[in-house]
Design a protein around this ligand. Structure first.
Ligand code: 5GP
Ligand code: MN
Length: 336
């Protein structure tokens, strides 16, 4: 148990199957889901450091750009997302982090489906639709970063301070700064082990949460104006006006956390955020409290995620999608 936190035996053996394909001389590409979050970026940056220390030269190749908020984690030259499909095609091994669904890999789907070896490290509740390959998948993990930490411990690869910092960002962001239901004793033990490796929590807080562009805060005020609450059912939602991101020079990452406001209202059990991601395509974010299982609800719309945080993308106008999703949400809440 390198790093002071024991690794469950099934995770340790899964870690060895992943390590077995990451041998020297191989060309490795690391990727994560569209609109990478702190866990996706943190996990891939940590693995980039772990592999670099073993003489490999992995490339980070994501379907969408790394949000500015997490750019501080990226070592110079590591992010080759602007030529991601080429990197995936040229790789001997692709490691997919923080997602098991090929449909969430955006424009990289075709290249990934044709890859020889696709390893996966992930904590989503999903059957998975990636091509075959070694898997370190555990839905009970607080974050994919927890599993990358376990991977390093199990195979005995030392974590540098830079890798520790990236994993801390993954754990911090996926647990909502250690507040959500996935804040397990184990997640906090791992956070402690990462602090012992030299992570500075205040500087991470500043980079991740207190370096916002002004547009992020202005966007938030506008989105919160759209709040609708149905107190009898415990339902609340907000809607991003279609041109708001552009007007505030904001990106999808700037919306992160806004859905926590409808969720934070007393008595709300289900909170939703609607936004247009392309003409005729709407993304819905689902968040819940208590027994409401949004992974289940989002499956009705071809989405997925976790029990208390999930998402889906649907075809239609905002009005059509709201009608459809709100009807299903009300029915679900009445039945619970
Ligand atoms: P968010 O609402 O913050 O985008 O996502 C919340 C959770 O739901 C994350 O774990 C994310 O991976 C998952 N998720 C979001 N959108 C989708 C989607 O379209 N399909 C699936 N399968 N999962 C999603
Ligand atoms: Mn995650």
């Amino acid at each position: 148990m390198l790093n002071g936190v024991p690794v469950p035996p099934e995770r340790a053996s899964a870690a060895h199957t992943v390590a077995a394909v990451l041998t020297s001389g191989r060309r490795v590409a690391l990727t994560t889901h569209v609109n990478a979050d702190g866990d996706g970026v943190g996990s891939e940056v940590a693995l980039w450091h772990l592999l670099g220390a073993r003489g490999l030269e992995p490339a980070i190749a994501n379907p969408t750009p790394v949000p500015d908020r997490f750019a501080f984690l990226l070592p110079a030259g590591a992010d080759r997302s602007e030529r991601a499909a080429k990197e995936i095609e040229a790789a001997d091994v692709v490691v997919v982090l923080d997602i098991s669904e090929v449909s969430r890999l955006g424009d990289l789907q075709r290249a990934i489906k044709q890859s020889h070896t696709v390893a996966c490290i992930d904590h989503h509740v999903s059957q998975g639709s990636l091509p075959g390959g070694p898997r370190l998948v555990a839905p009970e993990a607080a974050a994919t970063a927890e599993l990358v930490f376990d991977f390093a411990s199990a195979v005995g690869w030392p974590l540098s301070p830079e890798a520790a910092r990236a994993l801390y960002v993954g754990l911090l962001t996926d647990t909502g700064a250690f507040r959500f239901a996935n804040t397990s004793p184990r997640a906090l033990r791992i956070a402690g082990a990462l602090l012992e490796r030299g992570v500075d929590p205040e500087s991470i807080y500043e980079s991740v949460y207190a370096s916002a562009p002004e547009g992020r805060v202005r966007l938030m005020t506008e989105v919160l104006q759209t709040l609708v609450v149905e107190p009898d059912l415990g339902l609340a939602w907000v809607t991003v006006p279609p041109d708001a991101l552009q007007r505030h020079a904001a990106t999808a990452d700037d919306l992160d956390g806004i859905v926590e406001y409808p969720r934070s209202i007393a008595g709300v059990r289900l909170a939703l955020l609607f936004r247009q991601i392309a003409s005729g395509r709407i993304k819905v974010s689902f968040r819940s409290m208590g027994d409401v299982d949004v992974a289940e609800l989002s499956h009705q719309f071809g989405g997925g995620g976790h029990k208390r945080a999930a998402g889906a993308s649907l075809d239609g106008s905002i009005a059509d999608v709201q009608q459809q999703v709100l009807a299903a949400a009300r029915q679900y809440l009445r039945g619970n």
